[in-house]
Design a binder for this molecule. Structure first.
Ligand code: CP3
Length: 341
């Protein structure tokens, strides 16, 4: 039994004293204690060493006391496990030296055995669960198949992912084959994470908003739906798409326990588009954490009033930015804990 079960109750749609709160990318560069470890160990060493990954996961919890922890890892461990090389270059971001551009490239991509290739993540979960001591739930995550395809084909981050979209439009059959391989790997991976102890899973469709609503329904949504269908019996699923307000209806009807909303969609519109039934998560503009703490607190209270305290999980509308002052992040969490008091 988890002692603070606000987050799990909100996922079930139960009425709560106050909404739970966590922050996407909460284990990250705005934390001085994270920066210390970042100086000593490169990115994938941090991901692949269960001691480090679990320590980084609990760092923000020890400082701020969020209502849920998210495992420190990355969405790009999936292409790595599928035999696609992924590097994390300092001051550049993800770099994949051999991007997928043809059916020959595609044939080399494997659907791996999870224990063999990603056992270190499962170990990190076991170790994190010990550190959390059943105080709060642990969230596991994966990228959406479309978002993973973006990196696999583009070979690096991008503002528009033109090569990835071009691949889908010029070689749709190959694109669908790649998406299916990623989906099969992701389903096995998330199921293994649940077995290892995570209490909920989130799917990040960070680049879903690059697609037109029609193309989204062809290249992204069906694969996320497959993941929800496969996971919902074993754990609550949260679906988050950045720039994907147009898909909120599909998301709400998918069987997911909660739907993430970015900051470009109002609470009222998000409730309207999801039919008022599903739990929503979001949607504070990450850059608004640069406002003075007193203003952050006011805005958070207002945001809760707009979404309503029930069927709601307080979060940012996307990941926290690296240069946010720690006291501002603290004000965000505090405002939620003080709500209604
Ligand atoms: O939320 C958490 O605190 C858990 C950890 C987490 C990381 N990445 C750690 C990380 C999570 C949930 C992710 C997900 C992720 N990774 C996404 C989806 C979420 C989103 O923000 O849209 C994406 C698109 C990635 C891919 C990725 N990883 C990029 C583009 C980068 C580099 C960008 C940058 O900010 O430098 C990463 C690296 C990364 N992943 C960092 C962290 C803390 C920063 C690099 C470092 O610590 O050395």
């Amino acid at each position: 039994m988890i002692k603070n079960d606000l987050f799990l109750r909100a996922l079930k749609g139960e009425s709560v004293e106050r909404p739970p709160v966590w922050m996407m990318r909460q284990a990250g560069r705005y934390l001085p204690e994270f920066m210390k470890l970042r100086k000593k160990y490169d990115f994938f060493t941090r991901c692949q060493t269960p001691e480090l990954a679990s320590e980084i996961t609990v760092q923000p919890i020890e400082r701020f006391g969020m209502d849920a922890a998210i495992l420190f890892s990355d969405i790009l461990v999936i292409p790595q496990a599928m035999d696609i090389e992924v590097q994390m270059k300092p001051n550049f971001g993800p770099y994949l030296p051999n991007p997928i551009r043809s059916t020959e490239d595609l044939d080399k991509v494997i659907v791996p055995d999870i224990e063999d290739s990603l056992g270190y993540v499962l170990e990190a979960i076991t170790m994190t669960k010990e550190k959390l001591n059943d105080e709060i739930p642990l969230i596991g995550f994966a990228g959406s198949p479309w978002t993973i395809l973006c990196y696999c084909v583009e070979g690096q981050g991008s503002k528009s992912f033109d090569k990835a979209r071009g691949f889908c439009f010029m070689q749709p059959q190959a694109a669908h084959q790649l998406l299916q391989k990623i989906t099969d790997t992701t389903i096995a991976y998330l199921k293994a994470k649940v077995k290892a102890g995570v209490n909920a899973v989130q799917i990040f469709d960070s680049w879903g908003g690059m697609l037109s609503p029609k193309d989204y329904l062809e290249f992204s949504w069906p694969y996320i739906q497959q993941i929800v269908d496969a996971l919902k019996e074993v754990a609550p699923v949260i679906v988050f798409g950045k720039g994907c307000w147009f898909a909120l209806k599909e998301m709400a009807e998918s069987g997911a326990s909660a739907v993430g909303v970015d900051w470009t969609c109002s609470a009222q519109n998000a409730r309207y588009l999801t039919g008022g039934k599903v739990t929503l998560q979001g949607n504070f503009d990450p850059a608004r954490l640069l406002s003075p703490p007193a203003e952050i607190k006011k805005m958070v209270t207002q945001m809760i009033n707009e979404f309503g305290k029930d069927k709601y999980i307080v979060n940012l509308g996307h990941g926290i930015l690296p240069h946010i002052p720690v006291e501002n992040a603290g004000a965000f969490i505090e405002a939620v804990k003080e709500y209604g008091a």
